[in-house]
Design a protein around this ligand. Structure first.
Ligand SMILES: [Ca+2]
Length: 383
């Protein structure tokens, strides 16, 4: 009797699944990580290689432009306004004006932090206030620079310290050299000093063995994550711990038997080449350059990764930055004018994705149009 009932049940279930599958609207399938990708909007256009976004108390975003050295203020549906220029930016290849962050107490102190490749031949960190934007104080200098692998993301952690992602600057030996600031994630005080609690004595180094880190994010439990570009094979998302050695240049991707920390996610460099990273709703969002997509990575309760889901695949071209906005929307910036993309007239753009539960927005009816897919690699290891 059971033997007959079970197949019948299975058939009924299968039939229901087929019907459901046919009835499920496309929009439903595009709700990922709490955001409704079917309702994404192009909110800002006409930027020149935006690299980082940081939100002001009034909801506008400051955006760094890599090649111009400009800091722009943007609001959805409005033209971008230049509010500062970072002094002494040297932009070449992947280098230039990169990371941007606001003080956690911005409303009181007004500090804007920027990380850039300088005409002095290093990568450095400065801060300034928008009321006197040309008065810029160098907080940290001497980070190795090159036309490739400059890292560049900066972000304040939940501990109030500033984290600075660097790259090996094309010299792989920097990554394992604790005396070099290259190939590291650094942790510094809001004035660039060495905070209490760093893992190595008298050092700004928080983690090492990195090739090129351009994305930093923290989950609700304060766990830290970073994206990292692989060389030819494996890109990585790592959970970052104090003093951790993430393997480069000995290990790319996952390696067994060593003392290195393995990534929680790997992708081929064609699938990803991940730059910016954001966290929202139990999910990491990684902006992929060469992969031309936004990866959503669900996190497990233990801080590991579930199965990543790709959104925006080839819809907007190369993606550089992603941030969870104070408006509840997910903000994503393109990088189609960086010399490796195929820009459309509106580029570069910021696309916003509304939260899945509501977020009716009437101000910006702009319809996103897919851009031309494909890139023209200009270096041996393009990202
Ligand atoms: Ca690694």
């Amino acid at each position: 009797m059971r033997a007959r009932v079970v197949p019948a049940l299975v058939l009924t279930l299968l039939a229901n699944l087929l019907v459901l599958g046919a009835a499920v609207p496309r929009a439903y399938a595009q709700v990922v990580g709490g955001f409704d990708f079917a309702r994404a909007e192009v909110s800002v256009t006409g930027l020149q290689t935006p690299w980082a976004m940081a939100f002001l108390p009034d909801g506008a975003a400051l955006v760094s432009e890599r090649n111009t050295g400009r800091v722009m203020r943007v609001r959805p549906g409005q033209a971008a306004v230049q509010v500062a220029t970072v002094n002494g930016v040297s932009a070449s290849g992947e280098s230039g004006l990169l990371g941007l962050a606001l003080s956690p107490s911005y409303a009181q102190d007004g500090w804007v932090y920027a990380y850039f490749t300088s005409t002095g031949g290093d990568n450095r960190l400065v801060r300034f206030q928008l009321t006197a934007p040309q008065t810029q104080t160098v907080l940290l200098s001497g980070v190795p620079s090159a036309t490739i692998h400059d890292g560049g993301r900066i972000a304040f952690g939940p501990d109030g310290m500033l984290y600075v992602a660097t790259g090996d600057a094309g010299n792989t030996a920097n990554a394992q050299n604790l005396g070099s600031l290259g190939g590291k994630i650094l942790r510094v005080t809001p004035t660039g000093g060495i905070p209490a609690g760093n893992p190595f004595a008298s050092s700004r180094v928080w983690s090492y063995g990195h090739r090129n880190v351009q994305g930093l994010a923290w989950d609700e439990q304060g766990r830290m994550y970073a994206t990292e570009f692989g060389q030819n094979t494996w890109d990585e998302v790592n959970q970052i711990v104090a003093g951790g050695n993430y393997g480069w240049p000995t290990c790319e991707g996952t390696c067994s038997g060593g003392s290195f920390r393995n990534p929680i996610v790997t992708w081929t460099t064609a699938q990803a080449s991940p730059s910016g990273l954001a966290y929202a709703n139990g999910t990491l969002f990684a902006a992929a350059l060469r992969g031309q997509r936004l990866w959503a990575v669900p996190l497990t309760s233990g801080g590991g990764a579930g199965t990543p889901v790709a959104e925006f695949q080839s819809a907007y071209g190369r993606l550089r930055a992603v941030a969870a906005g104070p408006d509840g929307w997910l903000w994503v910036a393109t990088s189609n004018r960086d010399g490796r993309g195929v820009p459309v007239a509106q580029d570069d753009r910021i696309i916003r994705v509304p939260p899945a539960t509501g977020g009716t927005d009437t101000a910006r009816p702009s319809a996103p149009g897919p851009s031309a897919a494909g890139t023209t690699p200009t270096s041996a290891s393009p990202t």
